[in-house]
Design a protein around this ligand. Structure first.
Ligand code: GTP
Length: 599
């Protein structure tokens, strides 16, 4: 099939608007999967993704479509992750395409990620084909949604196919538009090789598999390739197309193609998303634009609940990292929690996904400390520091200036919730930018919000303030000077490092009160009185006391039923095992967790 009949495209959408379902229908229409092998949603192939209902890693498949003109076309369908945490991966996937199918739910209209993804596609210079989905639903309003697309995004939408990805209605129209509206790839197969890695994953048999889009040049099995950003060389073991359920080795890939390359690469770190592959012996002059090392934005400590599981936790993190170049971790020790790791993530969702995989796939019981962002501190002696762990926050008297990351946030919601949303954003130190009506009853509210107010529990709060109707998207917009303090918690006079965190001065008092009260309720009475104090740089700003008590577990046993006594003592022992000793005080595990969930 000649180059003019290749179509490289992505499907972009807000979460749940039907991207994966549409991809499945396209796979069916191209008969690329024998029906008996057809499992629903092949493109999202991780269990966890299914449960979260989101796509985490990009995937690509090569399909052959016989169009109404009777000709066969090669469709390279490149799946993109739908969440803001993975924006960089989305943008690399889009850079591998010439077109984007923009799916909009006919019952919902444009949402935060509809717009965020559309901007990424427009930045990549793609042809955008709007598709109105879910028209089988009674509440569908395709005309309203078309108008929204024209008004808000500013692209024509009158000819947008109205489809049901669920029933398969009008899917052929989408395929024909891809044939007629997405331009074929450009590029020179004779030029030096430039292949963009837009995805990579670890396969225990092949090592790292790089998904690539060839912009120029040709690559063969046996060629020595050179990774332009990381500087490593490898020999190509296999290259070819990814079909829906298998690899199809072809021995060669050319400009315009989308396919895979394996080269005994041990870790995905050496086949980084965004890097350019060229040939060692005939290198390209320039790498393709846009490479960026994944930059963790949110950090937290992860500790095994059972200290003996530390080596298991390290193994599990190493395994996850093989497949996730954006995950970073290094050992750290906490007085309260023992040995664990300081882990860095792209965002909150990324953190949640990793945490869940550790618990589910590696059966680890974890204690996670409060998420923290990275602060930029300048000391009075002029040195600059990046602080991602409250424990390392310098003494306030040595700080000349503290800066915190600020996000540009867009919230989309029905207009009846504007009051609630503004109240929430104001409470989170947000600065109102502007507000725009998308249609008569929906608005786009634009705020600047400190990232540390978002990472905590902003999503949950937003949902409860809008009964689940709001959608949200943010982007880092730089650093701003701020009045930050480190809040420490002392239990029986001993600082508990795992409970320290950095907070804006104005919010410190309220937060300190809440924390000490919560801890008072969670810490069981012990043989002596336990003061719980919150302080900023040695100044105590809140205090509670856990009264002393002689805890006699046998008090309930009158008479001499020895087996019952034994049982109670056993139970007490079990309870003790789950305690953390801080100085002379036993702290139950859920005391740590409870302070992370204050509101
Ligand atoms: P992410 O992978 O989370 O980004 O979501 P997605 O955009 O891939 O959405 P997905 O395809 O998983 O669909 C979300 C939900 O909408 C599923 O429950 C689908 O069954 C349903 N759905 C998708 N298309 C249609 C449609 O045309 N009609 C109806 N009624 N439901 C649909």
């Amino acid at each position: 099939i000649p180059r003019e009949r290749i179509r490289n495209f992505s499907i972009i959408a807000h979460i749940d608007h039907g991207k994966s379902t549409l991809a499945d229908r396209i796979l069916e229409q191209t008969k690329s999967v024998p029906l008996r092998e057809m499992e629903n949603q092949i493109l999202d192939d991780m269990d966890l993704e299914r449960e979260h209902g989101i796509t985490i890693k990009a995937r690509a498949v090569t399909l052959v479509y016989t169009a109404k003109d009777g000709l066969d076309y090669i469709f390279n369908l490149i799946d993109t992750p739908g969440h803001v945490d993975f924006n960089y991966e989305v943008s690399r996937s889009l850079a591998a395409c010439e077109g984007a199918v923009l799916v909009v739910d006919a019952t919902q209209g444009i949402e935060a990620q509809t717009l965020a993804n559309t901007y990424l596609a427009a930045d990549a210079g793609l042809e955008i084909l709007p598709v109105i989905n879910k028209i089988d639903l009674p509440s569908a309003n395709p005309d309203r949604v078309k108008k929204e697309i024209e008004d808000v995004i500013g692209i024509p939408a009158q000819d947008a196919p109205c489809v049901s990805a669920k029933t398969g209605l009008n899917i052929r129209d989408v395929m024909e538009q891809i044939v007629h509206l997405v331009p074929p790839p450009q590029g020179d197969a004779g030029a030096p090789l430039q292949a963009l890695i837009f995805d990579s994953y670890y396969d225990s048999y092949r090592g790292a598999v790089a998904h690539v889009r060839l912009k120029n040049g040709t690559v063969h099995t046996g060629d020595v390739i050179h990774m332009m950003a990381t500087g490593c060389d490898f020999t190509v073991v296999e290259c070819g197309y990814m079909r829906a359920t298998s690899f199809e080795p072809t021995g060669v890939l050319q400009a315009g193609d989308v396919g895979y390359i394996t080269a005994s690469i041990k870790e995905v770190k050496d086949a980084r998303v965004g890097d350019t592959i060229t040939l060692r012996d005939r290198p390209a002059e320039k790498s393709l634009p846009g490479y960026r090392a994944a930059q963790p934005m949110v950090f937290c400590g992860i500790y095994p609940a059972d200290g003996a599981k530390y080596p298991d936790l390290r193994d599990a993190l190493e395994k996850l990292q093989l497949n996730d170049a954006a995950l970073s971790f290094e050992p750290e020790t906490s007085v309260a929690l023992g040995f664990g790791f300081r882990c860095g993530f792209l965002g909150l969702l990324h953190l949640e996904v990793v945490q869940e995989r550790l618990e589910r796939e590696y059966h680890l019981d974890l204690i996670t400390t409060a998420p923290s962002v990275v602060y930029e501190i300048t000391l009075t002696d002029g040195t600059a520091k990046h602080i991602d762990n409250p424990t390392n926050y310098p003494d306030p008297s040595t700080i000349a200036e503290a800066k915190e990351p600020i996000a540009d946030a867009h919230i989309y919601a029905p207009s009846e919730y504007v009051g609630n949303i503004m109240e929430l954003c104001q409470d989170r130190r947000g600065v109102f930018q502007n507000m725009q009506y998308i249609d008569t009853d929906r608005v786009d509210i634009h705020y600047r919000l400190p990232l540390n107010e978002i990472v905590y529990d902003f999503f949950d709060a937003l949902k409860s303030h809008t009964r689940g109707y709001a959608s949200f998207d943010y982007e880092l917009a730089g650093y701003e000077k701020s009045r930050l303090v480190k809040l420490d918690i002392l239990i029986n006079g001993e600082p508990v490092d795992a409970l320290s965190f950095i907070i804006h001065e104005d919010k410190a008092y309220a937060r300190a009160r809440k924390m000490v009260e919560k801890l008072r309720d969670k810490i069981p009475r012990q043989l002596f009185e336990i003061p719980i104090q919150a302080c900023i740089g040695g100044r105590i700003i809140a205090r509670e006391t856990v009264k002393a008590l002689r805890k006699d577990v046998l008090a309930k046993c009158y008479g001499g039923d020895i087996s019952r006594k034994k049982k109670l003592l056993e139970k007490q022992k079990e309870g003790k095992r789950r305690m953390r000793k801080v100085g002379s005080v036993e702290l139950p595990q859920d005391a740590f967790l409870s302070v992370l969930k204050l509101d």
